[in-house]
Design a protein. Sequence first.
Length: 248
Amino acid sequence: MTVRIVVVSHSEKIADGAVELAAQMAPDVMMVPAGGTSDGRIGTSLEKVMAALEAAGGADGVVVLTDLGSAVMTAESALEFAEGSTPVLLADAPIVEGLVAAAVAAQGGASVHAVRRAAEATHGYPASRPKAEEHLPGGTHAAVRAGASVVAPVAVAAPAPDGPDAAGDFELVNQAGMHARPAAKIAGGLAALDAEVTVNGVDGASMTGLMTLAAGKGAVLHVEAYGPDAERAVAYVADLVRGGFGEP
C-alpha cells in the first residue's frame, strides 16, 4: 500500500513543522503541507488544499488531517471538488499526534482506512476495526484490506480459555523507554493489523495511550491481542521491543 497524507492548517509554519516532525519517523511517506492562505496570511486556502490533494494523487489513498474550525470546512470543500481515482479520507485527529501515528502506519504499508484509524486512535477512538472496508474515489466506498509489516516469528504465550488469542511479556531495553517514537511505531503498526490489542491495559493502536504508561527502561509490556492477526500483532510488538526500537 502507498498512502499519502495532506496536512491542512491555518498556519503555514505549523503545517510545515508537523510534516518535518513526522518525516523523522516515516521518511518514505509523502506528506504535503497546505498551511495558511495563498498570500502568506493566517487562514486556509481552498486553492492550496486542492493543489495539495492533486500533488498527493496517484497513491492507494490520501488521508487529510486538519487543525481548527474552517480548516475542516475548507478540506471538506476541497474533497467535493477533487477529481481523480484516489480515495481521500478526512481524519478527525489532533494534527501533530495524529500525523505522526498516521505517517508511521503508512510507512508500514497500512491501507488508507488503517492510516486514518491510526490517526484517530491518538485521541482514543475508533473502538473497533472493520475486517474489510470499501472505498471508491472521493471517499465513497469499494473493498480493501489493511496491509501489514512482516516480522520474524517469536515465541507467543498460549492463551488461556476465553482469554486473548495471543499474549506476551516484553521488557523495554532502549534507554529512553516508551517515549513518542516507540509509541508511534507500536501504534502505527498495530493499526494496520486485523486485531484488537492492549498493552498494559491501554489501546495498543493509541499513541497517546501508550505514552501515558510512562514505561521506562526495564519496564515490562504485557501485550494481549484478539482477532485474526493476534499472533502477528504480538510478534510485531516483540520485534520492536527486543530491537530497542532501533535506539541505543
